[in-house]
Design a protein around this ligand. Structure first.
Ligand code: FES
Length: 107
């Protein structure tokens, strides 16, 4: 995987578009950080794979109505903002850039 610099952020190429399909998720790693990548209604979303409750893998959770459900205890996070629906926690989110067949994260 290659990285390129754009502005003061870095694009990290993490997957090919054919590695993740509509409704799927993929857990990728950038700089030792696990990030969950989702495709919902044709849009790509990326947020930390680590649930702020007890570290559950959000990339293994299901997505319903733009919320990711943590597979361990069901906490729900807005897939776009990372905000915990029932509380104050926020999961970091990342911009996804798709160019040709490359899926990259900007961070
Ligand atoms: S670890 Fe995610 S809800 Fe408990």
């Amino acid at each position: 995987m290659s990285d390129t610099t754009a502005d003061d952020t870095t694009l990290h190429r993490v997957a090919d578009v054919d590695e993740i399909e509509e409704g799927d998720s993929l857990i990728v790693e950038v700089d030792d950080e696990q990030i969950a990548l989702f495709v919902v209604d044709g849009e790509y979303y990326a947020l930390s794979n680590v649930c702020p409750h007890q570290g559950g893998p959000l990339g293994n959770g299901r997505v319903e109505e733009n919320c990711v459900y943590c597979p361990w205890h069901g906490w729900q996070f807005d897939i776009e903002s990372g905000e915990h629906v029932q509380g104050d926690d926020v999961v970091p989110t990342y911009e996804v850039v798709v160019e040709g067949t490359d899926v990259s994260l900007k961070l």
